[in-house]
Design a protein around this ligand. Structure first.
Ligand code: R5P
Length: 293
């Protein structure tokens, strides 16, 4: 029997996955003792079942990660069989090397914890930059699915006279395919990051943005500075409007305000992290992988 559960961040998606898989949804009560120790209890017997834990690693990445480890270990204690983690957003992937001496490569720590506790993991567009594949850090079955076709279809359906921009060289993997699916032109900027809140962008391959509805596509919006700088550049080149589309909307601090001030008229995110900007549903993508695996 297959059971689907969630741990606080992705209940709506977990219930939807359970419905689509015709599986049972089991509530897991996640709370804390007065001193802060974690408490977890599954409302139904999980013995002999394959359990799918649906948990985005935002908000609160460290709690999210540890809750997955506790739940997975708990399922094994209770006699559950295989544990699959559906992490629509997988945190820690950006710290994929030691950028400064003494830094902890946290992506490896995250993967080690999951390698020890779960049997497989599936995610959407993890930040694979210096790692070429999930198997660089995961020993378990680890799959990454890509939201580009869904984002491309959204652009095609909703934004006329569009051009697509990737705000930095890493974003070509999203921007180019999205533009292809939408059937529009694309360019990728070059970004220099001076700190987590200071970036600048340059256009390397010029395209005409005059009068165009510019769509900036990136895997992650965190502080919003990358998108804000790209939006200002697009506006200065005559863009009619600027829409920002992201797979994972983290929106740290005043990110939304900052982007609006820079000329972004609309922000759309995939529902890998529950947020009011969610406009693209990745549930079918995850469900079809789960059905086959
Ligand atoms: C960076 O490598 C990512 O692809 C995003 O461009 C970055 O995380 C965005 O960060 P922020 O919104 O803070 O500029």
């Amino acid at each position: 029997m297959v059971i689907v559960t969630s741990l606080g961040n992705s209940e709506k998606m977990a219930r939807s996955i359970a419905r689509r898989l015709k599986a049972k949804y089991v509530v897991c009560d996640v709370s804390a003792f007065p001193d802060g120790d974690r408490y977890m209890r599954f409302a139904k017997n999980v013995r002999g079942s394959n359990v799918i834990i649906v948990q985005s690693f935002q908000p609160n990445p460290q709690k999210s990660l540890l809750d997955v480890v506790f739940a997975a270990e708990g399922i094994k204690q209770l006699g559950g069989r295989r544990v699959t983690v559906v992490a629509p957003y997988l945190a820690y992937m950006r710290q994929d090397k030691m950028f400064n001496p003494g830094e902890v490569i946290s992506s490896r720590v995250m993967a080690k914890l999951l390698n020890n506790s779960v049997d497989s993991i599936v995610t959407i567009d993890p930040h694979l930059h210096r790692y070429k594949s999930m198997s660089d850090i995961f020993k378990i079955k680890a799959m990454n699915l890509c939201s580009n076709p869904l984002i491309g279809a959204y652009v095609k359906r909703n934004i006329k006279n569009a051009v697509v921009i990737g705000p930095d060289s890493e974003s070509y993997q999203w921007a180019e395919e999205v533009a292809e699916v939408a059937g529009v032109q694309c360019t990728v900027f070059e970004k220099t990051r001076y700190s987590s809140r200071k970036v600048s962008v340059k256009m390397m391959k010029p395209i005409d943005m005059k009068g165009k509805n510019v769509v900036i596509v990136d895997d992650i919006i965190s502080t919003g500075h990358t998108i804000a700088e790209a939006a200002k550049k697009a506006k200065s080149l005559g863009a009619r409007s600027v829409t920002a589309i992201t797979v994972h909307g983290l929106f740290a601090g005043d990110a939304l305000k900052l982007m609006k001030k820079a000329g972004v008229s609309k922000v759309v995110s995939c529902n890998t992290i529950a947020h009011k900007t969610n406009g693209i549903d990745v549930t079918p993508l995850l469900t079809s992988w789960l059905k086959k695996n």
